[in-house]
Design a protein around this ligand. Structure first.
Ligand SMILES: [Zn+2]
Length: 338
């Protein structure tokens, strides 16, 4: 068996979702990076949370997708403003560092790998950010955003989120125009928080690959954010990728069963249902907390090499491991972002 750490260090590693920017930017009104209100310093290794630049390097991450997540108190009227504050926080980090770079296309990620840098791709989590305006969507694209989750858990003017439990909603007319404009621009549509009925409406209109940045398999854990086998097959037919999420509630219905091995069962399942080309990572690091002593997938991003070990131990080939670690995300980025 190939040496796991050697393979890990050599691979392109992409994590499809984290909420770290919120930890940097802080919450509350009008708190940007330059205001110094953040709770954690991104450039110092911390014992708390899951991600900072030193730990991304330890974990071997080549590209970290960073969510611009709009908290409920900013919806709907101040969603664009909040998104701009988070963008300011992100650009503050890029300005301050020589080896942390914005990625807007696949080649930025391969360049980051070649130079030993860490790159980050920006993704809006919750379409409220564009405040019903395709002009705002285009402006966010120009500011470097390359993906957007159409909803968080609530209903908005695009579609219904998964929190609308009795929803039979599809996409609104605005939602359909938005998806078409995202595809025209070269932005990834993220279905991770969509209600099931809105998911099928999106699948019917999508002409490009779409993604589920942080979702697992409903067959293995009943969380409503996890995807059914039919959804996994449909997403794969369009050429998309599902990022497996490390948050305990998505990994197993029973807290005590959560482990790295159980997470890898989800990777196995997606491989079985859709094939090895449609599964990647979408940790949701810094988007959840576990109580001390509670079983977890990994302590933080620095432990990612253990995932490579586990996949090799399960008989995954070197090529399959590389696909899961990042090559599948890279393929979709190449196809959609350019
Ligand atoms: Zn989320």
């Amino acid at each position: 068996m190939r040496d796991a750490l050697g393979l890990h260090r050599d691979s392109i590693i992409v994590d499809g979702h984290c909420d770290t920017l919120l930890q940097i930017c802080g919450t509350g009104p009008a708190q940007g990076y330059y205001g110094g209100s953040g709770r954690r310093n991104f450039f110092e290794k911390s014992e708390s949370g899951h991600i900072d630049l030193p730990r991304l390097k330890e974990g071997g991450v080549t590209c970290q997708v960073m969510a611009l997540y709009i908290e409920p108190q900013y919806k709907p009227a101040r969603a664009a403003r909040r998104t701009l504050e988070l963008l300011d926080a992100f650009y503050g980090l890029v300005d301050e560092s020589d080896d942390f770079k914005l990625a807007t296309r696949a080649s930025d990620i391969t360049t980051a790998k070649a130079k030993g840098e860490v790159s980050a791709l920006l993704s809006i989590e919750g379409g409220e950010a564009v405040e019903g305006s395709l002009s705002l969507l285009r402006s966010f694209y120009r500011l470097g955003v390359r993906a957007m989750g159409l909803t968080w858990n609530q209903r908005n003017d695009i579609a219904d989120g998964v929190g609308e439990r009795s929803s039979r909603s599809g996409l609104t007319d605005f939602g359909i125009s938005l998806v078409k404009e995202m595809e025209r621009l070269g932005m990834l549509v993220d279905v991770s928080h969509l209600s099931e009925s809105s998911f099928w409406a999106l699948d019917a209109v999508a002409e490009r690959p779409y993604i589920a940045s942080h979702s697992n398999c409903r067959q293995l854990a009943s969380h409503p954010r996890n995807l059914t086998d039919r959804q996994i097959e449909a997403l794969a037919r369009k050429g998309g990728v599902i990022g497996v999420v490390f948050a305990p509630g998505f990994v197993d219905d029973k807290k005590e069963n959560v482990s790295l091995s159980r997470l890898c069962d989800h990777i196995d399942h997606i491989k079985k249902v859709a094939g090895i080309d449609h599964v990647g990572l979408g940790s949701d690091f810094d988007g959840f907390t576990v109580t001390p002593g509670q079983p977890q997938v990994l302590k933080d991003v620095s432990e990612l090499p253990r995932l490579t070990e586990e996949l090799l131990a399960r008989g995954y080939t070197e090529e399959e491991v590389r696909k899961v670690l990042g090559e599948n995300w890279l393929r979709v980025y190449r196809e959609v972002l350019g």
